[in-house]
Design a protein around this ligand. Sequence first.
Ligand SMILES: [Mn+2]
Length: 331
Amino acid sequence: MASELYPGIPSGILDAIKAAGDVVVIGHSNPDGDCIHSQLATANILTRLGKKVTLLNDGPFARNEVKALEPLFKKNCPAGVLEKNPLVIVVDCSTPDRPGECIRPLLGHETIVLDHHSAGVPFTDPGLTYIVPASVSTTMIIDVLREALGLPLDRDFADHVYRGFATDTGFFHFINERNGEETLRRIAAIVGQGISPYDVFDEMHDGRPLAYFKAVASFIDRVESYKEGRILMTWQGKAEVVDGKPADDIYAQLLQVAGVKVVVFLKEREGFVECGLRSKNGSGIDIGAYAATLGGGGHRYAAGAQVDGSLDDVKALVIEGIGQLVDKAGG
Ligand SMILES: [Mn+2]
């Protein structure tokens, strides 16, 4: 059933799922709520179809919203599953490097890709690839898959779809006039299964230690401003250990600063730097395309890359590169 937002799912995907016995469902490393709940929503579908499901994720399960779910996932595919030549379903990422180590023994297996990221060169079989960049979350793509397979909604499935949707829309923030109507119609049906958006919001945010918020405050305290405030940049040194994942809160705060177009959060590692990048809605800056030039990827407004070098070197490189984009975009 094709719609304005969601084209029909390739029949090869539906046939491969129907034919499979064992299925391994894989998401990207350093998972967020959309990744983990896309894996769990897919597992819900497969289990209802009578398949044996193995969930793989490299972790770490650092984000508050996914921490408690870590025990449901393995880091290595058990030998007994590998022997059965399982079907592989990769969700919330499209390129073989994003899942990390866990996918290695499964490369070369029949692989379905379900995702909403547009950057990078996906796995090779286009007949088994369903990528919808206009979808606000991957869990909503899994909901389209459920529909195509003729399964009804259930409470457990709806809960997963809602949590991925909530994570990737920043709880109804990143929804626009192009995807809004169909997205909210679908989410109304999901919430109709007995989901409380209020409770989910609290569950996904509450319970973090005070030290976490003090760390966020210290990162915000050291923000550097470039190009008259159009770029705001901060960093986390490798010796600074934070329980949780402060990046999402830093972006949410700094993107509200007057005049900002791009927020950069650099995390110093041994020999390289993780670059988290966000551009402001309406800034005219495709930060995902810029991240791709660094060997990373992502979406138009949210992206990341790992760059070799010291914190100072990477800082200079990124500020120079984004400075040019900001100049070009004007305003
Ligand atoms: Mn996602």
